[in-house]
Design a protein around this ligand. Structure first.
Ligand SMILES: Nc1ncnc2c1ncn2[C@@H]1O[C@H](COP(=O)(O)OP(=O)(O)O)[C@@H](O)[C@H]1O
Ligand SMILES: [Mg+2]
Length: 169
C-alpha cells in the first residue's frame, strides 16, 4: 500500500488533490484513499477520532498511518481511509453539475450550496447520524453536506477534524 500511495502522489499534480481547509485527499483505488495533513498532530487526532467512529459504523474505516514525501519535498502525515461518495457531489450531480466544485463555481453557487446544505440538515439521515455520534459520546461540529458521504448505502461522516470526545460529567 505504501508504494502504491507514494506512486500515486508522484503522479498527481499538486493542484489535483481534493482539498479542504486542513486535509488533502487522493483516491488510491476504488475503495481506498489517502488523507493527509501538514501537521502530525492533525493527522493523529483525526485518525484516532475516525477510527473510533468507524468502530461504531459512523465513519469510513481507517488503514495504515504513514508519513509521505510530496514531489515538492515537503513531508506530510496521514492515513489510509475508505472512500465515501461525498453527499455534496451527489447533490450537485442531481442539479446537473459534475461535482460540488463545478456547482460552487456558478454565479449562484453559494445559494445552490446553501440549498443542498439546508436539505441535508432537514433530512432523516442528518438527524440519525448526529444522534448516533452524540450517543457514542462525541461532540460533532461542522457536519455539513460536504463533510458526509455514503459507503455501501450508509451515511458516514468523513471530516472529523473538529470533533471532540465529550468529557464525562
Ligand atoms: N473518506 C473520504 N472519501 C472521499 N473523499 C474524501 C474522504 N475524505 C476526504 N475526502 C475529500 O477531501 C476533501 C477534504 O477532506 P476533509 O476531511 O473534508 O478536510 P478539511 O478538514 O480540510 O475540510 C473533502 O472535501 C473530500 O472531497
Ligand atoms: Mg471538510
Amino acid at each position: 500500500m505504501r508504494q502504491l500511495i507514494q506512486d500515486t502522489i508522484e503522479r498527481t499534480p499538486g493542484n489535483a488533490y481534493l482539498q479542504g481547509k486542513k486535509a488533502k485527499f487522493i483516491q488510491i483505488d476504488e475503495d481506498w484513499g489517502f488523507k493527509f495533513y501538514s501537521y502530525k498532530e492533525d493527522a493523529n487526532q483525526t485518525y484516532e477520532m475516525q477510527k473510533y467512529l468507524a468502530s461504531h459504523g459512523l465513519a469510513p474505516q481507517v488503514g495504515e498511518q504513514m508519513c509521505i514525501r510530496l514531489p515538492n519535498g515537503s513531508y506530510q502525515y496521514g492515513y489510509v481511509t475508505e472512500v465515501a461518495a461525498i453527499l455534496s457531489d451527489i447533490k450537485a450531480r442531481q442539479l446537473g453539475f459534475k461535482d460540488e466544485l463545478e456547482m460552487c463555481a456558478q454565479p449562484n453557487g453559494r445559494a445552490l450550496y446553501n440549498q443542498c446544505d439546508d436539505e441535508w440538515e432537514d433530512s432523516d439521515d442528518f438527524i440519525w447520524l448526529t444522534d448516533q455520534i452524540r450517543k457514542v459520546k462525541v461532540e460533532e461540529f461542522d457536519t455539513h453536506v460536504s463533510n458526509v458521504g455514503y459507503i455501501r448505502g450508509k451515511i458516514v461522516v468523513i471530516d472529523v477534524h473538529q470533533y471532540e470526545f465529550k468529557e464525562d460529567i
